[in-house]
Design a protein around this ligand. Structure first.
Ligand SMILES: Nc1ncnc2c1ncn2[C@@H]1O[C@H](COP(=O)(O)OP(=O)(O)O)[C@@H](O)[C@H]1O
Ligand SMILES: O=P(O)(O)OC[C@H](O)CO
Length: 500
């Protein structure tokens, strides 16, 4: 009987489900958006029940579209928006509050205090992270502090904390303690909590104490590729093993088959997430990157550097919705192509400050170098170039941290469809930019991890054969021109820093 994999990709704005066959080909996709809540400036929440119902409905719909029976699914792979925090009551299965989303800044002041505390140095060494409201730890502490009775209930073992992977596994296995629901997470998701020691692979007692988190709320940490649990048969129509779990950026690194040290992927979505495989030992960053996990397959952990850029494809949305110089995002390419170069115009899209490697929360956007001859086409070109310059700044930091030679950059995400941007990216980096045939790296990664977990595929080398190139963009710009352009970018960047 033919075997299939079901990938559940629970993202920030939508829940997606994909069915793959045992050749790793995608045969069905279903997607559903869900509600974003912004209760106060800087706060972002999701309804955990809506996350579950949307995820379940797309899973069923993808199975229907694939025209397969649930019993033909060999395994489920879960991949998810990372850091988003849910706390629920084990007995009733009810969340005690909305999920606090990774973008939520409500715990920024707690992080300021934590940065000055005696745990700060240990935190960075153990978790590889910088202290920031982005991660789950302070969000969990906020829930325990602000939901009435939560801390006592947590101490008494009545509450469960989880990232979205944990919540989905809980729901897939029955949704209450009585029904036998499991409380598990994987190595990659645990690594984004700010409570987990990525070297020992265990929850860190000192950090739990610093954030006053009772150990009783924490899930058990498992690898990213093994049978973690079996779904309750009544939910999807068959009991199916969940055999792959990873945060979405880690899954994308795997889906891009960046399985050797020095291999890098960049996802060009709203922002950019760049991850580089650094091998079986974690390396500290001295260039303002995160030192994080790649995945754990069986007993073998692998590590990565990560750099996030806050505004990438979003600058194209701004050209469309803010400036109104294009109608659709894809129009940016034709507009930018009307001019042979940027004409000395630089756009720094620091709309929300600057992420890696600059980390300037007070930077703001700017357009520099305007002359009377500047047109909308120059601005469009400068916007696309800015995505490439920011990427080059992160890759430089990675190269210097990793001391590894970069052979190429593997790309995915909506803006990686833009040929002009990808060619310019290759030119600026001086390394080939490689775009795969299948763009769904995140879902592929989750399905690959799950397939490995149940033996549909035997090892990484079998998977690497499935990964195919759509197009390679070779660098062709003169080194002197690259130098001049990057100098112009850095000059504009300086003007944008420390503005607000
Ligand atoms: N042809 C294009 N050129 C540049 N940017 C694009 C193009 N098409 C889409 N985008 C941008 O890509 C982003 C959407 O990519 P996607 O991977 O779906 O992002 P996300 O997962 O963050 O929602 C949007 O910000 C959009 O403006
Ligand atoms: O859901 P995405 O694709 O926006 O990814 C969210 C990241 O995992 C946040 O760290």
């Amino acid at each position: 009987m033919s075997q299939f994999l079901l990938a559940l990709d629970q993202g920030t704005t939508s829940s997606r489900a994909l069915v793959l066959n045992s050749d790793g080909e995608i045969i069905a996709v279903a997607q559903k958006e869900f509600t974003q809540f912004f209760p106060k400036p800087g706060w972002v929440e999701h309804d955990p029940e809506e996350i579950w119902t949307s995820q379940l409905s797309v899973a069923k719909s993808a199975i229907r579209k694939a025209k397969i029976k649930p019993g033909q699914i060999a395994a489920i792979g879960i991949t998810n928006q990372r850091e988003t925090t849910v706390v629920w009551n084990r007995r009733t299965g009810q969340p005690i509050h909305n999920a606090i989303v990774w973008q939520d800044r409500r715990t920024a002041a707690t992080c300021d205090r934590l940065r000055k505390s005696k745990s700060a140095e240990h935190l960075t060494a153990a978790t590889g992270l910088v202290i920031d409201a982005y991660f789950s730890g302070t969000k969990l502490a906020w829930l325990l502090d602000n939901v009435s009775g939560a801390r006592e209930a947590a101490k008494a073992g009545e509450l469960a904390f989880g990232t979205i992977d944990t919540w989905l596994m809980w729901k897939l296995t029955g949704g209450t303690a009585e029904a036998g629901a499991v409380h598990l997470t994987d190595f990659t998701n645990a690594s984004r909590t700010m409570l987990f020691d990525i070297h020992t692979g265990e929850w860190d007692g000192q950090l739990l104490k610093a954030l006053k988190v009772p150990a009783a709320v924490l899930p058990e940490v498992r690898s990213s590729s093994e049978v973690l649990c079996e779904t309750k048969a009544s939910i999807l129509g068959a009991s199916i093993p969940v055999a792959g779990v990873a945060g979405d950026q880690h899954a994308a690194l795997f889906g891009q088959m960046c399985t050797e040290p020095g291999m890098v992927k960049n996802t060009y979505g709203t922002g950019c997430f760049m991850l580089m495989n650094t091998g079986k030992k974690s390396k500290p960053s001295t260039n303002n990157l995160l030192s994080t996990t790649a995945w754990k397959i069986g007993a073998q952990a692998e590590y990565a550097f990560e750099g996030s850029i806050f505004v990438a494809g979003a600058v194209v949305q701004w050209l469309r919705d803010g400036l109104g110089i294009i109608k659709r995002s894809s129009d940016v390419e034709a507009l930018a192509a009307q001019v042979p170069d940027n004409g000395g115009v630089y756009l720094v899209p620091a709309f929300a400050g600057l992420g890696a490697p600059h980390w300037d929360a007070y930077a703001r956007g700017s357009i520099a170098g305007l002359t009377r001859g500047a047109t909308g086409a120059h601005i469009a070109r400068a916007a696309l170039e800015a995505i490439a310059y920011q990427t080059a700044d992160v890759l430089d930091a990675m190269k210097s941290d990793a001391k590894l030679k970069i052979k190429s950059l593997r790309v995915d995400g909506g803006a990686a469809m833009n040929d002009l941007l990808m060619q310019f990216q290759a030119d600026i980096l001086g390394v080939p930019v490689v775009r795969p045939k299948v763009f769904e790296s995140t879902a592929l990664g989750a399905a690959y991890l799950a397939g490995l977990g149940v033996g549909v595929w035997k090892d990484k080398s079998e998977l690497a054969e499935k990964w195919q190139i759509d197009r390679t963009f070779e660098p062709s710009m003169k080194a002197s021109q690259v130098k001049e352009l990057r100098a112009g970018w850095h000059k504009a960047l300086e003007r944008s820093k420390n503005w607000a």
